[in-house]
Design a protein around this ligand. Sequence first.
Ligand code: FAD
Ligand code: FES
Length: 295
Amino acid sequence: MAVTHSAPSIYTAPVVARRSPCREHFEITIRLPSFPDAVPGQFLNVLCRDAQSMDDTGAAMLRRPFSIGGLRRSAEGVEIDILGRVVGPGTAWLNALQVGDELNVLGPLGRGFTIPNHGERALLIAGGVGLPPIRWLCEILRKSAVFCEVIFGAQSRDLLPISFREPPKSDGAFTLCAEDFAREGAACLITTDDGSCGVRGRVTDGLSHWLANAEAPSNVRVYSCGPEPMLRAVATICAERGLRCEAAMERVMGCGMGTCQSCVVPVVAPDRASGRRYALCCREGPVFETARVIW
Ligand SMILES: Cc1cc2nc3c(=O)[nH]c(=O)nc-3n(C[C@H](O)[C@H](O)[C@H](O)COP(=O)(O)OP(=O)(O)OC[C@H]3O[C@@H](n4cnc5c(N)ncnc54)[C@H](O)[C@@H]3O)c2cc1C
Ligand code: FES
């Protein structure tokens, strides 16, 4: 299904909610009077410092990219969720925001995930802070009655920024354990590297398990977001099984809009003598068909 992408603008919006879903993660919700159409996988480039302050000591000078982790429209405006993990000055500044503080964002940016064709089912795979676009994608797909299953993994239980309805199974069974996905009716398999929650292992172990059991794996489109080694491993497994797969890639970004050329991803280019070219992650991505990416 074709997806149109709206022109980005700069918005200043108040924080209307904040929470700490787990150790090192924060979630903030901003409310804007209006916001263009956007799709999961698209992102905001966020000013992670006080726009008015002249004191730039230790501040994040450049905007920082964050996936749109949820978007709700109502009579009061448009609420957008940003889920993040504190790794440096920009994310530390976001984590310190309180309800009522203002945030300056540029968006919607980039190209998001595509919607499955009629009759296709979706397997959503998220690792660590790759959760936000996958969570929103699940919500959108379930509203379109697409059958979805989710594999979500992190290093350990205290780094899983989700809440549970019931303890996740440790035998590889998909259950309605994860509240974020269960309310959409999507079953989830949790993996942790240290086995402190769900299945011990990586999300790719969950994927291999799923492929060993799925009844109709050829009718599936895989969607993934997480650290690059995880995306590469998921892409390899999908290529071996002939599954169509999309990945939301991350690059260190300057402008987020195709100007600074800092965010390249090598992709196949059959029309070039070299057979390859560089795509800008912020413009052509961040979501790419994994078969196009030269890993
Ligand atoms: C399209 C896109 C969507 C993203 N969505 C989210 C999200 O929803 N939630 C979230 O927590 N993070 C997300 N990120 C990553 C986020 O942008 C970085 O964590 C953030 O910029 C770090 O800023 P900082 O000032 O806190 O840390 P910095 O001091 O800038 O960086 C701290 C460390 O993280 C590394 N780093 C910074 N940016 C990236 C990156 N893009 N990819 C890989 N390593 C990086 C740096 O090299 C450094 O080692 C996204 C990145 C992209 C490109
Ligand atoms: S971030 Fe500047 S070109 Fe992509």
